[in-house]
Design a protein around this ligand. Structure first.
Ligand SMILES: Cc1cc2nc3c(=O)[nH]c(=O)nc-3n(C[C@H](O)[C@H](O)[C@H](O)COP(=O)(O)OP(=O)(O)OC[C@H]3O[C@@H](n4cnc5c(N)ncnc54)[C@H](O)[C@@H]3O)c2cc1C
Ligand code: SF4
Length: 330
């Protein structure tokens, strides 16, 4: 680890000011940042601790009702607190499930909602400073494309990066059209979740639309009545403490066996949390049966591009989605 100075933030405005200084990183739970600093992947010279902000404004670490019937998840709320919140479990089961299927109890007790959606890829080359990686060091090349790529993405890749986006929670949030509330040097901004993460393209080092100094204060989930009937299904190499090979966040509004509304997003297969409007279009207005679910899965993966070792993910993701739709419609 290289030397860095550590300061605490007194209020959001001072955090934003500190965050605009070059080579500064915020720390919340530290479960991503500190790992990457130990590996030499992140090398900030200033680290600003956001945790004291919750003592001044408890809403930053809490779940609150929104006037429209939605929920506001504080940016510094812990994953475990959000996962077990009764309102989250009742209104958005897929959010609670996506959190409880992530990491371990200990990690979830430390880690925060904002830190979760900003976690970096688990691509082994990204975490190994002895290898070429366009995301870590722009212009050096991508070791994964002709290397070990079993865990990599099949959707949204580019010739510069094929890294899988890792958060489970983000998959549920994109399905629900959540909104990221940010405070920055030019004031507050609301960023629709679909626009928050960006595709790698020619600049895989850029992962979100955040600007230097931006602090995520909350993530707002709008009311989606039929999300009470939703599911997050995660398939992985072992039953716990592993990232998704494929996952699906689904919600269905089924009336008289006809699908009136649908939300579908995939994880473990995309370079960003992957909302599938194609699958939703294949579901809405159709009967809730196996043929419809298979058609939706085919639509969701139609643009998938495999690498040398990860072709199995295309079929796995289809089966994961079909199973999730079948379970949620039962
Ligand atoms: C062993 C292990 C297994 C895991 N398994 C899974 C898994 O299966 N699924 C899954 O989804 N995740 C998994 N994770 C990832 C884990 O969920 C994240 O590390 C965690 O959510 C990050 O939150 P944090 O508060 O610790 O972030 P930090 O490490 O503190 O910060 C992460 C990044 O977010 C920035 N940041 C933090 N808060 C803010 C804010 N409010 N505003 C602006 N920037 C901010 C920081 O500057 C940093 O760049 C795993 C982690 C570990 C260590
Ligand atoms: S896939 Fe992306 S993160 Fe992995 S080595 Fe290639 S450029 Fe780096």
């Amino acid at each position: 680890m290289i030397p860095f100075d550590y300061t605490t933030a007194d209020n959001v405005e001072s955090a934003v000011r500190a965050g605009t200084v070059a080579s500064t990183r915020y720390v919340a739970g530290g479960t991503t940042l500190i790992d990457l600093m130990k590996l030499g992947v992140e090398r900030p010279t200033h680290v600003v601790d956001l945790n004291p902000l919750v003592r001044r404004d408890a809403s930053l670490g809490a779940v609150a009702d929104l006037p429209n019937g939605g929920l506001r998840l504080g940016g510094l709320a812990h994953m475990s607190d959000v996962a077990w919140d009764a309102r989250v479990r009742e209104r958005y089961p897929m959010v609670s499930q996506s959190l409880l299927l992530a990491a371990s109890g200990q990690v979830r007790n430390m880690a925060t909602i904002a830190g979760n959606i900003l976690q970096r890829t688990r691509c082994p080359y990204f975490r190994d400073t002895g290898t070429a990686c366009n995301k870590r060091e722009p212009g050096t090349g991508c070791s994964a494309i002709h290397g070990i790529n079993r865990g990599h993405a099949v959707l949204g890749t580019s010739e510069h990066c094929i890294a899988t986006y890792p958060s489970d929670l983000a998959v549920a949030l994109t399905a629900l059209d959540a909104v990221v509330q940010v405070r920055g040097s030019s004031g507050p901004r609301a960023i629709p979740f679909a626009e928050f993460h960006v595709l790698p393209g020619a600049h895989p080092e850029r992962e979100t639309v955040l600007r230097p100094g931006d602090v995520i204060t909350s993530i707002d989930i709008p009311p989606v009545t039929f999300a009470r009937r939703s599911l997050y299904l995660k398939v992985r190499d072992r039953a716990s403490f592993a990232f998704a090979l494929a996952s699906a966040a689904v919600a269905l509004d089924v009336q008289s066996n006809t699908i009136r509304g649908a939300r579908v997003a995939l994880g473990g297969v995309g370079t960003k949390p992957w909302r599938s409007h194609e699958a939703e279009r294949a579901l809405i207005g159709r009967p809730a049966n196996a043929a419809t679910f298979h058609a939706a899965a085919d639509a969701a993966l139609a643009s998938a591009r495999p690498q040398s070792q990860n072709g199995f993910k295309i079929e796995l993701a289809k089966r994961t989605l079909v199973r999730a739709l079948t379970e949620v419609s039962a």
